[in-house]
Design a protein around this ligand. Structure first.
Ligand code: FAD
Length: 189
């Protein structure tokens, strides 16, 4: 996981860039596009969409900054934060790019405007470097703690072994709810 702990925040940073670009394009277009005698930015339905997009991008940026600071500081075992930053930023970019196309209306669907490209760029953020589903597997394992992680490692038929592993970890001084550096296919002990 050591490599992924570094590259996932970097992918998150790219996703933040895509989300910000989609938001900027949507804001610019909403100010410019006139419907019913006024810019569509005057409609509360559009304003709320832009406000939600801004929140998604801002939260993504903060999570990526946090994970990146850990990497810069040489923190190891930052799998949880790296996965959360990548997952949130990628999902945020996807949501924001989708809404950006909505703000553009029919033009958003064409290749004449940049948001169609941002939409495709956001999608790959949810796929490479570990899909958003896999990030959730990693995050859930960290949230659920050592016992659940141990069960997952070996499957139901090896529950007894998993219980032994768990007891051994607790005997070593680990807490039941502690996030342990367990990885798929890597059984402790
Ligand atoms: C443009 C591009 C660039 C890439 N660059 C690189 C690269 O530089 N280096 C590299 O190593 N790889 C790279 N990849 C590969 C990329 O990392 C994989 O495509 C990605 O990890 C998904 O694997 P997969 O395509 O085999 O999908 P699969 O593993 O077949 O997944 C298919 C679907 O099943 C879901 N899924 C799979 N397992 C689970 C599970 N346990 N729980 C829930 N859902 C699950 C996935 O989330 C996905 O939705 C790149 C891919 C693309 C498209």
């Amino acid at each position: 996981m050591q490599t992924l702990d570094v590259t996932r925040p970097a992918t998150g940073a790219m996703a933040v860039g895509v989300g910000q670009a989609a938001l900027d394009a949507a804001v610019g277009y909403a100010r410019e596009r006139q419907q019913f005698g006024q810019p569509i930015a005057a409609f509360q339905g559009i304003q709320f969409m832009l406000a939600d997009m801004a929140q998604q991008v801002h939260a993504a940026r903060l999570m990526v900054h946090h994970a990146a600071r850990q990497v810069d500081a040489g923190v190891t075992g930052n799998t949880y934060e790296a996965s959360m930053a990548k997952c949130w930023a990628a999902d945020a970019a996807m949501k924001v790019a989708t809404d950006a196309i909505q703000v553009f209306g029919g033009y958003g669907y064409t290749r004449e405007f940049p948001v169609e490209r941002f939409f495709r760029d956001a999608k790959i953020m949810q796929i490479y470097g570990g899909t958003s589903q896999i990030q959730r597997v990693v995050i859930a394992r960290a949230v659920l703690g050592a016992e659940t992680a141990a069960y997952e490692l070996r499957g139901d038929q090896l529950c007894r072994k998993a219980r032994q592993i768990f007891r051994a970890l607790v005997a070593e001084g680990h807490r039941a709810d502690e996030r342990l550096p367990l990885q798929v296919g890597q059984a402790p002990g």
